[in-house]
Design a protein around this ligand. Sequence first.
Ligand code: SF4
Length: 368
Amino acid sequence: METGKPLISQERITAFQQDLLVWYQQNKRDLPWRKDQDPYKVWVSEIMLQQTKVATVVPYFERFMKKFPTLTDLANADEQEVLKQWEGLGYYSRARNLHQAVQEVRDEYGSKVPDQPEKIEKLRGIGPYTKGAILSIAFDQKQPAVDGNVMRVFSRWFELYQDIALPRTRVLMEQYAMEVIPETNPGDFNQALMELGATICTPTSPSCLLCPVQHVCQANQEGVQEDLPVKKKSKPPKETEVLFLAIHADGEILLEKRPDTGLLAGLWSLPTIEKTSEPFVDELIQEYCQGFPSSFTIKGEITNFEHIFSHRHWKIKVIEVELADKPNSLADSYQFCSHHSIQQIAFANVYAKAIQQIKANTGLLLVP
Ligand code: SF4
């Protein structure tokens, strides 16, 4: 089947709907965001679950709800406080977008999450999947919520060979979803689809014998479930040599705010030099440090390690640099931190790891 509506009879669709919903009611995992249909909680959980496993998200979600029990609490919070609660979950732009979006909901909609698709999709960080998840789960609306799990289930159930990495395939899947989502319980149905993909119809070795919709699954009947879904391999992440500088003076360490756009946007970090050409390490460091009024000494490499993001592969060296005196004033995008003040700052995993190594290998930033 190449395009168009699914060639599946209404009878099979009805069997799929009923069997999937019954299975879901009996087998759904007890997750904290499933205790009620509060749109704020559904929203936060869906943002946290993007590119992150359920088991990782549960403790974060519980801590987050304790700290910010209502949408207004989150909207009124300081951004650093929000990022600190997110620390370790990665993809920090999700937290920043969520924070800005709930502020918009507080200001524009009296702290009530709107239930109109055209309003909700304009909020920062809400794409087609999150819109569908919130509207169906929190507001019982028949809306498609097509994530990776759902694309996998549909590819197999409908036996589709379209590349799921292509945007047009997602659009097609949304059309298919509208064919199978029932008028009643659309939120449970969407969650059941995701749950089936996460626990039974898994990427490798799907548990077809335990599957509630096996008897109406096209791929299973053809014996091709292991060949689906089709996904073209993406390019491997680009390798770059990167220097992290542990510049310190008077027992405090220099932090630099990353640019407002791009990788780890707007987060505090160690001063970072991405080596794109040949200059020697010492020359790069000298160039970086020439703006400081006092003399500095390059003390050497503290550690090295690698970190892989979705599109980048950093090969990192952490270099210790000692400044004779701490500068009296710094631009807003720099600060010196003591062992105490650094604990209030949210770091991306790659910098948290480097700071841990700095503490372990140099004694810097340890409690005096
Ligand atoms: S029968 Fe197998 S391939 Fe088909 S939906 Fe169930 S788990 Fe997936």
